[in-house]
Design a binder for this molecule. Sequence first.
Ligand code: GYE
Length: 327
Amino acid sequence: MTSITRRTILLAASALGAVGLTAGIAFADLPVLAKKDTYKVGFAQTESNNPWRIAQTESMQAKAKELGFQLVYTDAAGSAAKQVADVNSMIAQGVDLIFLAPREEKPLIPAVMAAKKAGIPVILLDRNVDQSLAKAGEDYITFIGSDFIDEGKRMAEWLVKNKPDGAKIIELEGTTGSSPANDRKKGFDEALAGMAGFEIVASQTGDFARDKGRQVAEALLQAHPDANVIYAHNDEMAMGAIAALEAAGKVPGKDVLVLSIDGGKEAVQAVVDGKIAAVVECNPRFGPKAFETMARYAAGEAIEPWVKNIDAFYDPSNAKDEVANAY
Ligand code: GYE
């Protein structure tokens, strides 16, 4: 595939007469959202194969119901191509606004641009798109979500503090090309770069999925029997890694420290049980903030390009007290 740039996409859209790319006006304005009593809103979910996604969907549905809005919900079942089609179908149905959780950073760009062209505002939820191809405040309203670079960095800092003699680390990456996988890796790897004694011996994707995480952990533990830390980009892969460790006769928490991100109930309980050493929270309950941001936009407020979620941190010092609140 030839490389697509933000400019080529906009030029293509412009050729179709959608975006005014005339001298002086580089980009069309964001679509406006009329103030109404009720709305028909789209929510394009990436997949539903884990508790994080299910909790997010429930949170969105509950808030829409409370507000009396109609929610057009789609599940892309792990396919970026299907997610693009889902967004196109929402556009065809004339929704007022689209909440999109873009599975990967680049493939969802055409969906964002198509909605913009159709005059439908888009709010990105929990994952971002490639910032060189589309921009908040120009192509979509805003990104609501965590600072994934910081999540990775905090985990690395915790590790250095709690295992000062160093570590041989296996990294289980999230979905290739997704913003949390890219940034959780960046934040963690950069924080450890040049730190004496800390070595990432292998880093491979487990697609944010439990069984894939288990399989990849099993293979990497065989290739690197001296690894003593597994850093998983989410709880599902961390739980898969624990299963792989136990199957290999190793004791998670003793032979190998497992680090995770998300902070679902099962993982926070695993911290209490000593199987996971630490978890950076990434809370999936987006409903209240998503619809509040939409209301602010409809009221004519200028929305900041990034509505940031603040993440908690769980380790043995607080896990017991927090487990009841975890999703
Ligand atoms: O960590 C993971 C989910 O995009 C922040 O996606 C989200 C991530 C979350 O599948 O468990």
